[in-house]
Design a protein around this ligand. Structure first.
Ligand SMILES: NC(=O)c1ccc[n+]([C@@H]2O[C@H](COP(=O)([O-])OP(=O)(O)OC[C@H]3O[C@@H](n4cnc5c(N)ncnc54)[C@H](O)[C@@H]3O)[C@@H](O)[C@H]2O)c1
Length: 339
């Protein structure tokens, strides 16, 4: 039987996930859509034969909705996720889980009180084939104990609305999540420094930024966030261990020889780069819901951790590069910890 999904927020990524659930993933049907923009909800729902509902609360309560997908604006996520937990329905929430650590903890506590995991957070890199291969290599011990990770996250350009704190909150947050998972380790401090700024930015933005993270096991991570690099969307990650290193592969692309040059095209946005990861993420989420099991992807604890680590990075940026200790509660046994 098909999992009936209700979608809260039919904007850019909401519509992309609706297409994915409708055309790519088997075993799912989008039955309800809501958006603050009622006309948009009506138009998107009509396209796929779903019902347009007036609020997130009505959608969560609908008997035609088995599972909820939250793709509205970040500050509204907590309300919808808490509503889904109260209704006992599985909920996939695009990142961020919530915009404050307090709201993330409210979700964590509500889910623990419910007694089983209902929440998955949309950190899709864990589903990318390249990162999964890297994790297999690290877990197999093939490079020995990890010591250092070098990363870069580059976008061609960003709009005027992108402010300096978003380098951590919207951009580096993907590395923060995937590196915690890749290393099976916790990030305990953050430092953000700003080298010479590119002239290709809007005046208010600090770009590029170099972020340093340290883990509980002493691994050092350096991450270049450069969101006006001009040339393309480029994600790099290399983990150095005691006996070798493992590097994220570039996306497969044909080699082109022309006009005396040999090269490959560089992707221009994250949608193309992580298309396979998004598809796998939703296939696995729908499979977990269909089986009646708990989600296997990033948990609400991971959503909380990402928020407190990005908070530390923003505090460092705002205090001229001071190293800031991450203020994280002990991880409860419910989420694989010892507390
Ligand atoms: N995983 C990723 O890489 C990734 C990529 C893009 C966006 N996102 C996340 O997805 C979310 C949505 O981003 P977007 O780019 O699609 O934004 P968007 O502005 O294109 O769409 C958001 C939609 O939600 C609607 N909305 C807002 N509050 C609502 C509410 N309370 N109830 C119903 N509808 C509401 C808006 O009217 C809008 O149509 C953000 O949290 C963003 O961070 C994640």
């Amino acid at each position: 039987m098909s999992v009936r999904v209700g979608v809260i927020g039919a904007g850019m990524i909401g519509q992309d996930h609706i297409r994915r659930l409708t055309d790519v993933v088997t075993g799912a049907t989008v039955t309800a859509v809501t958006d603050l923009d009622a006309a948009r909800a009506g138009e998107v729902a009509a396209r796929i034969g779903a019902t347009a509902l007036s609020t997130g609360a009505a959608l969560i309560a609908s008997p035609d909705v088995d599972a909820v997908l939250v793709t509205s604006w970040g500050p509204t996520h907590a309300e919808h996720v808490l509503g889904a937990i109260a209704a006992g329905k599985p909920v996939f929430c695009e990142k961020p889980l919530a915009t404050t650590a307090e709201d993330c903890l409210r979700i964590v506590e509500a889910e623990r009180a419910h007694g089983r995991r209902l929440v998955q957070v949309g950190f899709m890199r864990r589903f990318d084939p390249g990162y999964r291969q890297m994790k297999e290599v690290i877990d197999a011990g093939s490079i020995g104990t990890p010591l250092i990770v070098h990363c870069a996250h580059r976008n061609p350009t960003v709009p005027d609305a992108y402010v300096s704190a978003m380098a951590a909150q919207d951009t580096a947050v993907h590395e923060i999540d995937v590196l915690r998972w890749l290393l099976d380790d916790e990030i305990v401090s953050a430092q953000v420094i700003t080298p010479r700024a590119t002239s290709k930015r809007f005046e208010h933005l600090k770009d590029p930024q170099i972020m340093y993270f340290e883990t509980a096991n002493g691994v050092r991570i350096d991450l270049e966030v450069f969101v006006n690099c001009q040339y393309g969307y480029d994600i790099q990650c290399e983990t150095v261990g005691e006996e070798g290193l493992v590097r994220l592969p570039d996306p497969a692309a044909v080699g082109i020889r022309t006009t005396g040059r040999h090269g490959t095209a560089v992707l221009q946005d994250w949608k193309g780069r992580f298309a396979d990861a998004f598809d796998t993420e939703f296939r696995e989420w729908i499979a977990s819901v269909a089986s009646g099991g708990e989600p296997t992807g990033p948990s609400s604890w991971d959503g909380y951790a990402a928020t407190v680590i990005t908070d530390a990075a923003v505090r460092s940026l705002e205090s001229d590069g001071t190293t800031v200790t991450v203020d994280m509660k002990p991880r409860p046994a419910f989420y694989g910890g010892t507390a």
